[in-house]
Design a protein around this ligand. Structure first.
Ligand code: FMN
Length: 195
């Protein structure tokens, strides 16, 4: 499928037929997720594939999501990040910003690959982290960032409005520019050799 078509077709789909997801296709999607960039190639990604209805029910109990439900579709992939791997390398920045970015990129690659394979999925971020950790037996350092439900879609999501591009894209400086001259910023660092 053309990349532009994948981008256009990617929507969160919350209703699915009973058709199962082929194992070989699923493995392809999981490998695509692994190809995501990570800060310093830390590779914090940990994935839990859940097909067992009893475990999916537990995931559902842990989620407040009123749209997509963790039991919908053929299976749920829980996208997790290893907090210790990121924090050892990057401290608080790793534990906060980088962990969620790295795992989020992986989830997006997974979802785009699912669209490319003719499947549908939805991302669920609305859940109690510790309940999900308990349901899956995750150690405390493995943080669940999102769940992706996958299957053969059985709905056409309604078109949704987009903010105009001219409202969100700023060239050279933000407009209207905020004046930072009165603030005490930390000294700027020179980085030898660039990069
Ligand atoms: C960080 C994040 C968390 C989300 N959590 C949920 C969720 O808990 N339940 C749900 O139904 N959709 C969830 N979504 C899906 C968004 O609601 C959806 O992406 C948005 O409405 C735009 O629709 P589209 O993805 O079809 O373009 C989440 C999306 C993101 C990026």
């Amino acid at each position: 499928m053309e990349f532009s078509t994948v981008l256009r077709r990617r929507r969160m789909v919350r209703a699915f037929s009973d058709r199962p997801v082929d194992d070989a296709v699923l493995r392809r999607l999981l490998r695509a997720a692994q190809r995501a960039p990570s800060a310093g190639h830390t590779q914090p990604l940990e994935l839990v594939v859940v097909r067992d209805p009893a475990v999916r029910r537990e995931l559902s109990l842990a989620s407040w999501s009123r749209g997509a439900r963790p039991e919908a579709g053929a299976l749920t992939v829980v996208f997790c990040g290893d907090l210790a791997r990121e924090a050892e390398r990057y401290g608080a920045r790793g534990a906060g910003k980088y962990l969620y970015m790295d795992v989020g990129y992986a989830a997006l690659l997974f979802m785009l690959s699912a669209v490319d394979a003719g499947l549908a999925c939805a991302f669920i971020g609305d859940f109690h982290e510790e309940h999900v950790q308990a349901a899956l037996g995750l150690p405390p350092r493995i943080v669940p960032v999102g769940m992706v439900i996958v299957g053969h879609g059985d709905e056409a999501p309604r078109p949704r409005p987009w903010r105009p591009v001219r409202e969100i894209v700023h060239y050279e400086r933000y407009s209207p520019a905020y004046d930072w001259s009165g603030r005490n910023l930390p000294p700027r660092r020179e980085v030898a050799g660039g990069g």
